[in-house]
Design a protein around this ligand. Structure first.
Ligand SMILES: Cc1cc2nc3c(=O)[nH]c(=O)nc-3n(C[C@H](O)[C@H](O)[C@H](O)COP(=O)(O)O)c2cc1C
Length: 201
């Protein structure tokens, strides 16, 4: 497990070209399950995953991603949407999940804490950061089962929302995740060394 995880991290790379090999339904579900099981603040799961496999959707998304070819070539493109207006403290979505996080008599204090937090934060940006945690887990899960991916942050948010007919008041794109089988050899990882990025005190 220890070595396998590191092997998956080395295997995962941002693939810029995919073959036309389709993804098995079970493999797609495996990747989505990794997203679903991701941690989130207050347990609010502030994401929604839109799976696009049809040529029309992929081509509209490619256009929204400045024409990046891997979006059109990918067997599946998962648009990770960050929840926005749903996260207001009085929204049914949020109340339901806060009731789960703070059962019974703990709810009143949990809700009060969330109201204070909500008033002090850019909720959409906060939501997007958490979607990136889910995205990382999904890419690692994909690598574990031999699937390749490319995280795409280069897009016009409004065009992505329009391409998948998402409600722009409720959702903001956090990441476009292209999935498939890469045409490229796995490149050697280029990373800064530990001494540059870690301070041990
Ligand atoms: C938030 C985010 C946005 C990214 N956006 C793009 C993108 O729009 N197009 C692209 O080709 N790669 C994109 N990448 C991939 C990075 O360029 C890539 O992860 C980085 O160069 C490291 O290479 P590796 O992933 O192959 O290890 C993005 C990565 C992240 C984390």
């Amino acid at each position: 497990m220890r070595d396998e995880l590191l092997t998956a991290f080395h295997r995962r790379h941002a693939s810029h070209s995919f073959t036309d090999c389709p993804i098995a339904e079970a493999d797609l579900d495996y990747v989505l399950e990794a997203g679903r099981l991701s941690p989130s603040a207050f347990g609010l799961e502030p994401w929604h995953f839109v799976v696009c496999r049809g040529p029309a959707d992929k081509s509209a998304l490619q256009a929204a991603c400045f024409g990046q070819p891997q979006v059109g070539e990918a067997a599946a493109v998962i648009v990770i949407l960050a929840r926005a207006s749903d996260l207001a403290p009085d929204q049914a979505y949020t109340l339901k999940l806060l009731e789960r996080e703070y059962p019974g008599e703990r709810l009143a204090a949990g809700l009060a804490m969330y109201r204070d937090f909500y008033a002090s934060v850019d909720v959409t940006a906060w939501s997007i950061t958490q979607c990136h945690i889910a995205a990382a887990n999904m890419m690692t899960a994909a690598a574990v089962i031999g699937l390749d991916s490319c995280p795409i942050g280069g897009y016009l948010p409004d065009a992505v929302t329009a391409a998948i007919s998402a409600d722009p008041t409720r959702f903001r794109p956090a990441l476009v995740l292209a999935l498939g089988y890469s045409n490229e050899a796995v490149p050697t990882k280029q990373r800064l060394d530990m001494d540059t990025i870690v301070t041990r005190r």
